[in-house]
Ligand binder design. Structure first.
Ligand code: 6PG
Length: 263
């Protein structure tokens, strides 16, 4: 049982405060560990849900304070487009979260892709990996970068980051950052953290909301086939380090044992 991921199902008003508590617990643990919080985030609907959680007023308690000055934000996946392009995950995070951080509050340090390598997804992945190496120490001394938290989405086909079902990238075990030129979800050219890097994270939080996630969640949590999908592989590889933040519409009919709440 202990190896199983945590599946939470919240009413609409409970999701944001519980996600906030989860992220801030991860932040506070990371500050104790190394005085910095290294978090990787995805695109899709996640940045908006995350902003709702983080930009809510603090209860005033010490453990309920977001200290962006010690945050380092990385992209779990990114599209090979300019940072100002509609499809850019960075642009999304900027609009949903960074631009809304109240004036006077510190901004996090954000590690974006280098636009120079737009045409060549592999070069872009290599360059992003170099940025990770410079932060997480030299590759030869660190086998895998340790993110304090990865916040991910779940696609309707069970993909996460830009790791898609049955794609050869799922078997990559060496590189930290991979490129994909044939993403089934547009745009086709992207970079993504590898599955071993995701599984290695100290904590992995999925956010999946809305009735559109119901069928895929049932598959991931209840079927053998679903356990082989990218999200299922993260569940299998990282077990109890994984927590799913869902709403009731997304978990309707999912019989996997649910946890009460984080708060
Ligand atoms: O850049 C991307 O395409 C995303 O990182 C992707 O992996 C996303 O997280 C899922 O597709 C879920 O997206 P939704 O939350 O919008 O369903």
């Amino acid at each position: 049982m202990g190896r199983q991921p945590n599946l939470y199902s919240f009413s609409d008003s409970e999701l944001a405060p519980n996600l906030r508590k989860y992220v801030l617990d991860a932040q506070n643990e990371a500050f104790k560990r190394h005085d910095v919080f290294r978090v990787a985030i995805s695109g899709g609907s996640l940045p908006k849900t995350l902003a709702n959680a983080l930009l809510a007023p603090s209860s005033g308690g010490d453990d309920d304070t977001v200290d962006f000055s010690k945050w380092e934000i990385f992209y779990a996946d990114e599209r090979c487009v300019p940072l100002t392009h509609e499809d850019s995950n960075h642009k999304l995070v900027q609009e949903e979260l960074l631009n809304k951080i109240p004036k006077g509050m510190a901004q996090p340090k954000v590690f974006t892709i280098d636009e120079k390598h737009m045409e060549d997804a592999q070069e872009m992945a290599d360059e992003y990996e170099k940025q990770l190496v410079s932060v997480f120490a030299a590759r030869d001394s660190v086998k895998l970068p340790l993110f304090d938290l990865l916040l991910l989405g779940c696609g309707p086909d069970g993909h996460t980051c830009s790791l898609f079902p049955d794609h050869p990238l799922l078997r990559e075990s060496d590189a930290w950052v991979l490129s994909i030129a044939d993403s089934p979800k547009p745009p086709p050219k992207r970079i993504t953290l590898s599955l071993p890097v995701v599984i290695h994270g100290a904590k992995i939080g999925f956010v999946a909301t809305g009735g559109g996630k119901k069928e895929i969640l049932k598959k991931i949590f209840e079927t053998e086939e679903g356990s082989k999908l990218p999200c299922g592989l993260v569940n299998e590889g990282a077990g109890e380090k994984v927590s799913w933040f869902c709403d009731q519409a997304a978990t309707e009919g999912v019989s996997f044992p649910r946890r009460g709440s984080v708060i």
